[in-house]
Design a protein around this ligand. Structure first.
Ligand SMILES: C[S@@+](CC[C@H](N)C(=O)[O-])C[C@H]1O[C@@H](n2cnc3c(N)ncnc32)[C@H](O)[C@@H]1O
Length: 255
């Protein structure tokens, strides 16, 4: 919870009625803790839990009613089809499986979330794409994913690198850190992002190059229409653009 505190306190300080979303919320434990700590005694602010399994939504809804947590909202929906408030201030997704984390990031970017916190879960999509590319890759790169085990690990790593870079290219300042001790969870990578610019063209160019060099196309960049750069063999590397463009509504500290 300490890792989320700066984001929660920032949205509470800047928005009179903060909107927080927990995507793939399961039993909504995170939402209950956040509500208890930050929203229960506040005058306004809502916490929306989006969960695909109706029995979990129902159980959490009953619990919220019992506790009198009247500004907790629940939706049984896939993350990519949920009805979100027009503006989200903080979006979280802890251990949302495979591309569900991409769906959560899409919702965050499309609804202008000030803060994002995701802990990705298992990742299969990019590993499958790497399998298709084993013969097509250049140089030593394919050796990084020749074995199924390495494909899974490298695919997962590459996916999260692309997620972080995508957030950066949409103006977020990104921190990647560990959620908890490895003894508690192997899915332990926490990606924290705070929107500080309208866009970051430098990160966008890096992202497009990475997509071109690896040949993968994860759901996040596909849905956002990010295309791989056109790579020309032997051509000098294009000079990367300079400073990003500042956001319209800058966060507390703009770099
Ligand atoms: C591993 S659990 C994590 C639950 C909770 N976030 C936590 O950390 O305790 C993943 C949850 O995400 C839900 N989920 C996975 N993919 C989803 C999707 N596309 N749309 C909605 N819920 C999804 C699952 O039903 C499950 O309850």
């Amino acid at each position: 919870m300490g890792l989320l505190r700066p984001a929660v306190e920032d949205v509470r300080a800047r928005h009179p009625s903060p909107v927080m979303v927990d995507a793939g919320s399961g039993n909504a434990y995170l939402g209950f803790v956040l509500y208890e700590l930050y929203l229960k005694d506040a005058e306004a602010g809502t916490l929306l839990s989006v969960e695909g399994r109706p029995e979990l939504t129902e159980r959490a809804k009953v619990r919220a009613e019992r506790l009198g947590f009247s500004r907790m909202r629940f939706q049984t929906a896939h993350i990519d089809a949920a009805e979100y408030p027009e503006r989200i201030h903080l979006l979280m997704a802890l251990h949302a499986c495979d591309t569900a984390t991409d769906d959560a990031l899409l919702a965050a970017i499309r609804h202008g979330a000030d803060h994002v916190a995701v802990v990705p879960c298992c990742q299969a999509e990019v590993a499958a794409q790497l399998k298709e590319r084993r013969q097509a890759g250049h140089g030593s790169m394919p050796l990084l994913y020749a074995h199924a085990w390495h494909r899974r690990e490298f695919g997962s790593h590459l996916t999260n690198v692309i997620r972080a870079l995508t957030l950066e290219s949409f103006g977020y300042q990104v921190t990647v850190t560990e959620l908890t001790g490895w003894e508690h969870s192997l899915k332990n990578e926490l990606i924290l992002a705070r929107r500080v610019h309208r866009e970051n063209r430098r990160a966008r160019v890096q992202l497009e190059r990475l997509l071109a060099e690896t040949g993968v196309s994860p759901k996040l960049t596909r849905e956002l229409g990010v295309k791989p750069a056109a790579l020309v063999a032997g051509a000098p590397a294009e000079v990367l653009p300079e400073a990003p463009v500042a956001a319209e509504e800058p966060s507390t500290s703009v770099e």
